[in-house]
Design a protein around this ligand. Structure first.
Ligand SMILES: [Zn+2]
Length: 321
């Protein structure tokens, strides 16, 4: 699925070691994780590429009975408890990424823009700046898919004005064409119609938007990989430099305590649940087989680490950063 042979993936284990990912990887203590959330970002390198993970807060989702199709809320609570997480709510945490490559600063998704939940939006409320990212120094924004938590950070809350007017914004053509088709609005479930209307009122009027088809390198060492299912044109981002590589999997898999520990569960808000399940399983199989560093948008914070087999199941081991 990416232009790297298995041999190259295995070689990348050395790169994973450089990230503190290979061998005995320990879970971060909850105190360390809390400190990192407080700081709001951490940086590491993938070869020559500088990567910064930016924390954007959490949505305390209480839809226990409707997050996983056909799975009772009690099973969802049990899965959270098994992972040592709160059972007061489902923690849908947000973290997006900035990379510096080829002299450019590139955002991979844009966060919630402080427009989704009072407990989210930290990036727009000073977190991005603290991480050294300002609208003026962003050259490109690559979009994994056009859900609110990934694109609202591109637009101001009340005016829809662009936050990054000088950046090139890149969206996969399947995703862009889906959401900008005027006839899609009435076909969408009620809860998605406002999103489509907002997209149609903004993106087509912006001159800095480019559609891509995932066949080309978007920036030095940065490729999009088609990972459809969660959204019609959802992509993951493959970052590689020298022997190092990292796969930022977007929403192909969210909340590992639920959907990695239970690979057969389906996420209720995946656009195509069967396709999303296939995509998710393929990514997990590849991550395990190739010992690949993985970053997730909804993995908590730190959101980068590795996926390992855990008996009949799998577990995400966040890197100590
Ligand atoms: Zn998302």
């Amino acid at each position: 699925m990416v232009n790297a042979t298995r041999r190259e993936f295995l070689a990348s284990s050395a790169g994973v070691a450089a990230l503190g990912l290979s061998g005995q990887v320990a879970f971060l203590s909850s105190a360390e994780a809390a400190d990192l959330r407080e700081k709001g970002y951490y940086s590491y390198t993938v070869g020559d590429i500088e990567v910064t993970s930016i924390y954007d807060g959490v949505w305390q989702n209480d839809n226990f009975d409707s997050i996983a199709t056909g799975i009772p809320g009690d099973d969802v609570r049990s899965a959270l408890a098994r992972a040592g997480q709160t059972t007061d709510y489902i923690p849908i945490e947000f973290a997006f990424t900035a990379v510096k490559t080829g002299g450019k600063t590139i955002l991979l998704d844009a966060g919630t823009g402080d427009q989704l939940a009072p407990t989210a939006g930290l990036a727009a409320r000073g977190g991005l700046e603290a991480a050294g990212v300002t609208p003026d120094n962003v050259d490109m924004v690559l979009i994994s898919h056009m859900h609110p938590d990934h694109i609202f950070g591109l637009m101001e809350k009340d005016t829809n004005a662009q936050v990054y007017p000088n950046a090139e914004i890149l969206v996969h053509e399947a995703e862009y064409d889906f959401w900008t088709d005027p006839s899609i609005i009435e076909q969408l479930p009620e809860r998605r119609r406002g999103l489509a209307q907002r997209i149609q009122a903004t993106f087509p009027t912006w001159e800095n938007v480019t559609r891509f088809d995932a066949k080309t390198e978007l920036a030095p060492g940065v490729r999009a990989v088609e990972s459809f299912g969660h959204a019609p044109g959802h992509v993951t981002f493959h970052i590689s430099s020298g022997d190092d590589q990292l796969m930022l999997i977007g929403d192909a898999l969210i909340v590992p305590a639920l959907f990695l520990a239970n690979l057969d569960w389906q996420l209720a808000f995946d656009a195509d649940k069967d396709q999303a399940s296939e995509t998710r399983k393929a990514i997990v199989a590849q991550a395990v087989a190739d010992n690949m560093a993985i970053g997730g948008y909804h993995f908590g914070f730190p959101n980068m680490g590795k996926i390992e087999k855990d008996g009949a199941s799998h577990v995400f081991l966040p890197a100590t950063v």
